[in-house]
Design a protein around this ligand. Structure first.
Ligand code: B12
Length: 503
């Protein structure tokens, strides 16, 4: 391996060009790689033909390794396509997978002949160490934290690495993306919204969440000076006018948040973030004052379920009454709560789902502006949870409609089958009857027509008002079933679905 290795980083296509946001994972990795070598980025959300573009860039020569970011769900098929094409045309180039899929399903990723290495978790340190170690003896590989690799026929999992929020004093290398301004989007927050991540991790260990599986309950906040430097660059250099935070959970302990909120209040960039009901309810009035001044527009809060029992089982750590209270608190403070629910759990699927619909109605009475996201509850397989949590809080075995145990895919290809893509997207589960699937779909159709999301910038206001009026009687009388007229109208208007495309 040369003393200054070159790495090609790829983000396989996962969303439309208009929904493309800064590929933050690759920007962070690129910054880390460039300290001891160099790197280039191909972002499939912008360069739509990732395979052709990758082969074209590779032909120019000189890359020592390729790193591919892979999230379960729709990103897997393009990740496989580009990996296979690389293996065929450049068989000697090592292929490294990183991100949520190889972190959660490490063995599955490494069964593929086109994946040589999987890095679990954060990779700012592990990836540069790996590319520097390529071609050296296996004993060097064995010392790289967070790396899983193939030693002959055996798969070796090195120890986990501790998470850290390193700061080399620089902003991310946005210019690696060509003109970074093409990633600024018109959203309900502003005309030039940028994605940013300030802190990492989450201190909670909800059993269903990929973030808990990745971080195991650890979190780290940035220094206020760093947040100010990064956001000021976005605001004053790139002309950003609003921010979507990808932080796994923005609001942490109040005393630690105050310096960060002061930065946000100073910059006054309308913003969106992930939050928890308990953290918002615990904020003092002086912090809320900062929040209002900072122009927080929307907070995505995992409400998950109206059942206290289920919230305990999934180790959510919040209660249904807190969900109701936070809806009211947000209303008073001019923040829209975007509340997400997981319906159709494997046990008592129908009752739990109907109970959730009623709870959503109650929330809408408390705060009609609250936005609702409905997912199907699709738990992670125990093997994909963080090593600290495996075997604990097992829950009931997952059974399909015939009562047979649910068997998770064993290869990346199997994960690309439509039913497993839907599972990864929390859109379907093997225990769902056709009737329940339809019932959920119909409820969501009536709900989102009755209360169109403010995030929809595409549909004209008259169309949204029209749909809302059409849906009123169905919503009022709970006549959700077969809303054919709304489906028809929707086909013309195509309301936006935040759960699929993000903001
Ligand atoms: C932005 C985002 C998206 C974007 C696209 C992202 C992209 N790749 O272009 C969009 C909106 C399209 C998206 C879609 C989905 N997403 Co998404 N998304 C996120 C989000 C909010 C931020 C990701 C991010 O940029 N993080 C910042 C960077 C710095 O961190 P990172 O990505 O983790 O990268 C680090 C490591 O993972 C690793 N790494 C990453 N890539 C690579 C590559 C290599 C080579 C290496 C070595 C390491 C490595 O190193 C990086 C630096 O330390 C996360 C939640 C979060 N806060 O992270 C969810 C998240 C990743 N998404 C998730 C999911 C499930 C989805 C969906 C598949 C389903 C859904 N309903 O949400 C959908 C697909 C929707 C559809 N099309 O139907 C889950 C994944 C968990 C899991 N169980 O697998 C997350 C964690 C949300 C959650 N809490 O459930 N998503």
């Amino acid at each position: 391996m040369p003393s200054s290795p070159r790495t090609l980083l790829i983000n396989p296509t996962v969303t439309s060009r208009s929904s493309a946001r800064f590929p933050l994972s690759l920007l962070h990795l690129s910054a880390a790689l460039d300290r001891h070598g160099s790197s280039e980025i191909i972002d499939g959300n912008v360069d739509r033909d990732v395979v052709d573009e990758t082969l074209r860039v590779m032909q120019q020569g000189g890359f020592d390794a390729v790193g591919i970011s892979v999230m379960g769900g729709p990103q897997l098929a393009p990740a496989i396509d580009v990996s296979k094409a690389l293996r065929e045309r450049f068989p000697a180039t090592p292929i490294i997978w990183g991100g949520y899929f190889p972190t959660l399903y490490t063995e599955t990723a490494l069964t593929a002949p086109y994946v040589d290495y999987a890095i679990r978790g954060q990779a700012e340190e592990s990836l540069p160490e790996l590319v520097a170690a390529l071609g050296k003896s296996p004993s060097v590989l064995a010392n790289i934290g967070g790396l899983s690799w193939k030693n002959g026929d055996a798969i070796v999992h090195n120890a986990n690495r501790r998470f850290s929020l390193t700061d080399d004093g620089l902003v991310l290398p946005y210019d690696k993306l060509g003109d970074p301004r093409r990633y600024l989007a018109r959203t309900f927050l502003g005309r030039r919204t940028a994605a940013h991540q300030a802190s990492i991790g989450c201190r909670f260990r909800c059993t269903f969440c990929g973030v808990a599986a990745m971080f195991g309950g650890a979190t780290q906040l940035p220094a206020a000076a760093r947040l100010e430097r990064d956001l000021s660059y976005l605001k004053y250099e790139l002309g950003v006018d609003s921010i979507q935070f990808f932080d796994h959970n923005f609001f942490d302990r109040e005393q630690d948040m105050i310096p960060l909120l002061e930065v946000m209040a100073k910059l006054e960039l309308p913003w969106w973030c992930y939050a928890r009901a308990d953290a918002l309810l615990n904020l003092s009035e002086s912090s809320w004052k900062l929040v209002r001044k900072s122009r927080l527009k929307m907070a995505y809060i995992g409400a998950e379920s109206p059942s206290g029992q289920m919230l305990k089982e999934i180790r959510k750590g919040t209660r249904p009454d807190q969900t109701l209270q936070v809806a009211e608190l947000c209303r008073r403070n001019g923040v829209i709560p975007e509340l997400s629910f997981m319906v159709a759990p494997p046990q008592n699927s129908e009752e739990e789902t109907e109970h959730t619909f009623e709870f959503i109605r109650e929330l809408k009475r408390i705060n009609p502006g609250a936005e609702i996201i409905v997912y199907i509850y699709t738990p992670l397989p125990d093997s994909s949870r963080h090593e600290k949590d495996r075997g604990k809080h097992p829950g009931m075995p997952l059974l399909d409609l015939d009562g047979a145990p649910v068997v998770f895919p064993q290869t990346p290809e199997e994960w690309t089958q439509p039913q497993w893509v839907a599972y990864a997207c929390h859109a379907d589960a093997p225990w769902l009857t056709d009737a329940l699937r339809r019932r959920i779909h119909d409820f969501v159709t009536v709900l989102r027509c009755r209360f169109p999301t403010v995030q929809d910038m595409r549909s004209p206001p008259w169309a949204k008002r029209g749909l809302s009026a059409m849906a009123t009687w169905r919503y009022r009388y709970r006549r959700y079933d077969r809303p054919w007229e709304l489906n028809l109208a929707n086909r013309l208007v195509r309301l936006r679905m935040p759960q699929v495309s993000g903001l």
